[in-house]
Design a protein around this ligand. Structure first.
Ligand code: SF4
Ligand code: SF4
Length: 385
């Protein structure tokens, strides 16, 4: 047997031994581990579907409309709609467990989402929240937010959306607000948490990350445009520097403590995702993250607007892996524990809490209540572990 394989098997055996040891010492951990195992199965075979190539906003650095990867004119709307239901039936037969509906703006294609709800129960769609989606749509709805302050919202997104989104989705159990943090809006985290709390909506976080072409334009800056590169300059952009990451870490840690009934996040994930070095092991030739859980490999699929599987690296192919701190790649990289996460009972408990947090972000409480056991969300019975 190859040395590497022997090493991997040894590592797996040691991980399994340590997990058994920790579980043998705590009933609470046993219960959480059972929930984590079930949650992991629900995410075992994900697929990503572009269902819209239109959007009513112009967020700075939008990865969908990135000039290097956006394929304008590819969508054939009539053909998409004619084929969509038979395609969904094939995907169900293929055993897809979790669907991610992407855009541009999926909410502009409500009928496609209603149809998908006839074939699948579990899924997640990212929307800017300016359109109230039909209650028949069963999926988790992630509402992107970029600023609590109205003027900043408009500056960053080309239009102010938050107030409308909060009003439209107030108290909707499908919805969760996803606040994308950047160097200019970190201070607005408490205001955002208060606004979500007051509208009965949970809140989680994403770290703004640049596309490769955005970084190239910042390196050889020749001016802004009127679209997705309106406000960034080499002197002041949305790229998180080392000092910003420390501020993000401290601010989000405080938000977890101050808004326990609203914020869905994990201290361990917050520490990991704000470390100064790149989050992933990068292939030295391509610069692509080798160990990112969002990579489209194995049974994972990414479908473009032609309903054909695309040979992309991940669900955000325009992003630069070295700087990527997107929540999609970050959370999907947490399903298997790293050696340091099983080393002690307390690090193992933190890993369990991370996977439970994934469930709370991407699943719905009605369908998968085990992900929400012990809520207020981040305070599962860690104290009694
Ligand atoms: S909401 Fe913003 S980030 Fe999303 S597709 Fe529209 S412009 Fe891009
Ligand atoms: S999600 Fe993963 S593969 Fe995609 S850009 Fe980020 S690090 Fe790279």
């Amino acid at each position: 047997m190859h040395n590497q394989t022997v090493g991997r098997l040894g590592h797996l055996r040691e991980t399994a031994r340590l997990i058994r040891k920790h579980l043998g010492e705590s009933k609470v951990l046993q219960e959480q581990y059972a929930a984590v195992t079930r949650i992991s199965h629900l995410f075992a075979r994900p697929a990503f579907y572009e269902i819209s190539d239109r959007c009513n906003l112009k967020c700075e650095g939008c990865y969908y409309f990135d000039p290097a990867t956006f394929r304008d004119g590819e969508a054939d709307r009539l053909r998409f709609d004619a084929d969509w239901e038979s395609f969904l039936a094939q995907e169900r037969a293929r055993g897809v467990t979790m669907l991610y509906f992407l855009g541009a703006e999926p909410a502009l294609e409500e009928k496609r989402l209603i149809a998908a709800g006839r074939y699948f129960q579990r899924g997640n769609l990212g929307t800017n929240g300016t359109i109230r989606l039909d209650p028949e749509i069963p999926f988790r709805i992630s509402i992107s937010a970029w600023a609590a302050d109205e003027a900043d919202d408009a500056r960053l997104r080309g239009g102010s959306t938050l107030r409308k989104a909060l009003r439209l989705y107030q108290g909707d159990s499908r919805a969760i607000v996803l606040y994308t943090v950047n160097p200019t809006n970190i201070d607005q985290v408490p205001a955002m948490a208060r606004a979500c709390r007051d509208h009965g909506l949970p809140l989680t976080f994403n770290l703004w990350s640049p596309t490769a072409s955005m970084l190239a334009r910042l390196r050889s800056f020749t001016g802004n445009d009127n679209a997705f590169f309106r406000i960034s300059t080499p002197q002041r952009s949305l790229v998180l520097g080392d000092g910003d990451l420390i501020r993000v870490r401290e601010t989000l840690a405080q938000a977890i403590e101050d808004f326990p009934d609203t914020v869905i996040y994990s201290h361990a994930y917050n520490r990991w995702s704000t470390r100064p070095e790149p989050l992933y092991a990068l292939d030295p030739d391509t610069g692509i993250a080798e160990d990112c859980g969002s990579r489209i490999t194995g049974s994972f699929r990414y479908y473009g607007m032609t309903l054909e599987a695309q040979p992309v690296k991940c669900c955000t192919p325009a992003m630069d892996c070295r700087s990527c701190r997107m929540y999609s790649g970050g959370w999907s990289s947490q399903f298997s524990p790293r050696p340091e996460q099983v080393a002690t009972r307390s690090t193992f408990a933190e890993w369990l809490e991370m996977v439970l947090t994934i469930g709370r972000i991407f699943l719905r409480p009605e369908l998968d209540p085990e992900a929400f056991v012990g809520t207020p969300v981040h305070r599962t019975s860690m104290e009694s572990v």
